[in-house]
Design a protein around this ligand. Sequence first.
Ligand code: OAD
Length: 252
Amino acid sequence: MQDLIKRLTPEARITVLTGAGVSAASGVPTFRGNDGLWKNFRPEALATADAFGRDPKLVWEWYHWRRFRISTCEPNAAHHVLAEWGRRFPNFKLITQNVDGLHEKAASAKATVGQAPVNDVIRLHGSIWEVSCWGGCANSPRRWRDETIEFAELPPKCPYCDGLIRPSVVWFGETLESNVVDRAMRAVHCDVFMTIGTSAVVYPAAAFVEQARRQGAFTVEINPEATPASTTVDLVLKGGAETVLPDIAACL
Ligand code: OAD
């Protein structure tokens, strides 16, 4: 741990990649593991464009349930530490696979006038709080924020063309937005790279820690379980992000 602490300096380029485990203590279900969403739901039936094309109502019912569940959740100590690091370290970058918006919520809770915008978070898989027109109608923006919890009807309609809207998240089989990947790739070039609360099996995110290590970064994993990344990182901190991150922060 001392090895890590001494590297967390104001000059250091620090990049953190988070996954569902960071939000676990907030009550947001993870995807894999015993209580994970993919134990009870099939990704191909709910998180692909094919599934949406076949049964948009079913897919929206699932997203409606997740949006409701997430709306009842608050950022935990891990989100707050990372938000604080975003303010404290000038070269701090946060990449997340999470669509729940809790990093942004933690950052905005403490933001003061004149600070960098909280949407600096590099959201690899989009946001569950944004939607887009399923048909890509000409009048609609590419995506827009919609925090409705109780839609008048499911599937909800596009206000621009009366077709369908879809959650603006990246589904399996879809390509990540190139500008988001570019930002992530730039962030991977850093001095300290921490992979936190991710099973490290979904690409391209799963490859970032190894790319960072090859480019010379000191790499750290925080997770209560072993993952494919555990054998290659420089430091494994076994435990929940909501306890390990405050422990690190307390040493700074
Ligand atoms: P996973 O559900 O695959 O992995 C969650 C990880 O968090 C596991 O390795 C757990 O051991 C760990 N974990 C659990 N509780 C934790 C805690 N309190 N603190 C730290 N870690 C904890 O979630 P992701 O890796 O985020 O993609 O999954 C990656 C992608 O797969 C998701 O973005 C989603 C999913 O299918 C799409 O939907 C496209």
